[in-house]
Design a protein around this ligand. Structure first.
Ligand code: SAM
Ligand code: DTB
Ligand code: SF4
Length: 361
């Protein structure tokens, strides 16, 4: 199948396009959420969260870098960009057996989703064949599969779908107005095109961004508005806190106020009520109380395992203790016929219901 444009509601601050539905989240309305008193914002986020999810359930997703380092792109946050001296050495794609060993361990620890990441601008077709094999085999273990491989070209999403890929992660990263300060080697439209290919192939979209890169609150609202106005909004929304890595241009930035990170999670929850909102990178740098506030704000997924791609994540034991303390439990593996994962989005986004809750009156 060829490129399917992502239906994208216009961004009122940047676009002259006319809105097509009433469900658009204008940036100013998203900003107004950010500016609510903290307790009011969390109360609203909790109401939305409890309407659509069991508020004690957290999805555990394990990440594995299947191809590390040596990336030609210039993403200013990324330790894997070849042009920054970060101490990450470029490696070849991992053998299938190594990936399967990691996937089995992830499952044994209770993860239900396994996400394979590659430091590519875009996958070559011969690389994709290896990934297809990995997806097939990981899926056969009874795990949900996710991959993040960079931009996808014609026909590549369909191949991943045929292999059994459930989710494709491709982040917008930040607001369009701030984007060129962070990445120059590909543009926003390239990202939307890849998301369109993913949707066109029937793969669920995992799309979020990073906060704490020096953007303004308005730009954080701009990122959330962009995500919420994708029609339908992503099934899975990773909210990453920048992990500052020495050697990258963003190393040494003033740290973001933790409450602002919690607010970003809450606003994502309110504007994308049925999405899995993932408290993603940056947990190692957060204390338990901030993480607890993120769960209260509506986060219901985490990366689970001692490593993200190249940087650290809280270890599994620490996460189990934290979840116990907070009375949270891991989302159970749900399996349908023939070992197929029961489609969470099908329950989270029932047919016939509008994908958008729309801005509050
Ligand atoms: N190369 C592919 C791409 O860029 O789409 C896939 C891997 S890339 C590492 C996936 C995502 O990780 C990025 O889009 C970014 O949102 C996130 N990421 C990378 N480095 C990060 C950092 N230092 N802190 C927080 N998030 C980061
Ligand atoms: C996402 O949004 N965050 C993950 C995943 N998708 C691939 C990656 C975080 C990477 C953090 C830096 C590192 O470990 O290299
Ligand atoms: Fe490459 Fe992805 Fe890192 Fe950008 S985020 S430098 S594309 S690995």
């Amino acid at each position: 199948m060829s490129l399917q444009p992502v239906n994208f509601h216009p961004h009122p601050a940047t676009s002259a396009l006319v809105a097509t539905t009433d469900d658009v989240w204008p940036v100013q309305e998203v900003l107004a959420l950010f500016e609510l008193p903290f307790n009011d914002l969390l109360y609203r986020a909790q109401q939305v969260h409890r309407t659509h999810f069991d508020a004690t359930e957290v999805e555990l997703a394990t990440l594995l870098s299947i191809k590390t380092g040596g990336c030609p792109e210039d993403c200013a946050y990324c330790p894997q960009a070849a042009r920054y001296d970060t101490g990450v050495t470029a490696q070849k794609i991992l053998p299938l057996a190594t990936v399967l060993e990691a996937a089995r361990a992830a499952k044994a620890h209770g993860a239900t989703r396994f996400c394979m990441g590659a430091a590519w601008r875009e996958p070559k077709d011969r690389d994709l064949e290896h990934v297809e094999e990995m997806v097939r085999e990981v899926k056969a273990l009874g795990l949900e599969t996710c991959a993040t491989l960079g931009m996808l070209g014609e026909g590549q999403a369909e191949k991943l779908k045929d292999a059994g890929l459930d989710y494709y992660n491709h982040n917008l990263d930040t607001a369009p107005e701030f984007y060129s300060k962070i990445i120059t080697t590909r543009d926003y439209q390239n990202r939307l095109d890849t998301l369109g290919r993913v949707r066109g192939a029937g793969i669920k979209v995992c799309c979020g961004g990073i906060v704490g890169m020096g953007e303004s609150r308005l730009q954080r609202a701009g990122l959330i508005a962009q995500l919420a106005n994708i029609d339908p909004y992503p099934e899975s929304v990773p909210v990453n806190h920048l992990v500052q890595v020495e050697g990258t241009p963003l190393h040494g930035l003033e740290a973001l106020d933790p409450f602002e990170f919690v607010r970003t999670i809450a606003v994502a929850r309110i504007t994308m009520p049925r999405a899995r909102v993932r408290l993603s990178a940056g947990r190692r740098q957060m204390d338990d109380a901030v993480q607890a506030l993120c769960f209260l704000a509506g986060a219901n997924s985490i990366f689970y395992g001692d490593k993200l791609l190249t940087t650290g994540n809280p270890d599994v034991e620490a996460d189990n203790v934290l979840m116990d303390k907070l009375g949270l439990h891991a989302r159970a593996v749900q399996q349908g016929q023939n070992n197929a994962m029961v489609c969470e989005a099908a329950t989270a986004m029932p047919a016939g219901e509008p994908a958008h809750a729309g801005p509050a009156a």
